[in-house]
Design a protein around this ligand. Structure first.
Ligand code: COA
Length: 224
């Protein structure tokens, strides 16, 4: 499903089950020894997906360890993103010559718990969601907004080191094209020397299906 909302240069692997052959490297296993079983399963399967994605790009398998702020660290000159929720695990990986920022997120397609929308949405976002809800009542727009913001964070944070709050991005959905834009409302840090400038807007895609909401952001290397 994620393949439908990511460019073909990205290696995308997803799973709706936890395959028994999925294994962790010792340094990965050490991070979840005390975790509950469900956390160990999602952590293991998503890394299995990540290694299949590495192989698709012609890279040798290796551990995927959390770096600064928990962002997964990727081998060589690649960018990637991981997501998991009940019944879904997904990994996307690309060469940084094709994509410079990548974020994916999967959520169950169900309404957010009461009160959460107020915590994550700007007033103008809530107004726009109310309009979408009238025209497209079949979509859980609050969950979609949440997912889009998680994808923004996963694309933005590893590249910039910046932590973002939910009020730091203004998301506008285009229901007809199943796309969205995220305008960053924080001052952009300077891009490290020799790297492309940081965009002030991220473009993403979304889809709803199979009981899930999926969002993805992939910034092509050529456009930044
Ligand atoms: C980190 C966060 C984005 C993860 O999203 P989530 O929906 O809770 O969980 P998902 O299963 O989809 O994703 C989990 C994966 O995100 C990745 N991740 C964690 N921190 C990350 C970071 N700083 N940057 C990129 N990816 C990160 C990890 O790979 C993690 O999987 P792992 O623990 O097995 O390695 C979320 O927990 C969070 O902290 N959100 C607050 C920040 C935010 O979203 N602000 C809104 C900005 S507009």
């Amino acid at each position: 499903m994620l393949e439908r909302i990511l460019p073909s240069c990205a290696a995308v692997v997803e799973s709706r089950v936890d395959p028994p052959e999925a294994e962790l490297y010792p340094q990965e296993a050490a991070l979840v020894t005390r975790a509950v079983a469900s956390r160990r399963r999602e952590f293991t399967t998503v890394r299995h997906c990540a290694r299949l994605a590495m192989s698709e790009l012609g890279l040798p398998p290796g551990p995927v360890l959390p770096g600064r702020h928990g962002a997964p660290q990727w081998p060589g000159r690649t960018v990637g993103s991981l997501t998991h929720c009940a019944g879904f695990r997904g990994a996307a990986l690309a060469r940084d010559t094709d994509i410079t920022m990548l974020g994916i997120d999967a959520e169950p397609h169900s309404p957010l718990r009461a009160g959460l929308l107020d915590a994550i949405a700007l007033p103008r976002e809530k107004l726009r969601l109310a309009d979408h809800r009238v025209r497209h009542p079949e979509v859980c727009w609050d969950r979609l907004l949440f997912s889009a913001k998680e994808s923004v964070y996963k694309a933005w944070n590893p590249r910039t080191g910046q932590r973002l709050g939910f009020e730091d991005a203004d998301i506008v959905f285009a229901p007809d094209t199943m796309t969205f834009t995220a305008r960053l409302l924080v001052p952009r840090p300077a891009a490290p020397a020799g790297t492309p400038p940081l965009p002030d807007r991220l473009d993403g895609r979304w889809l709803v299906g199979g009981g899930l909401v999926l969002t993805a952001i992939a910034v092509p290397a050529a456009t930044v």
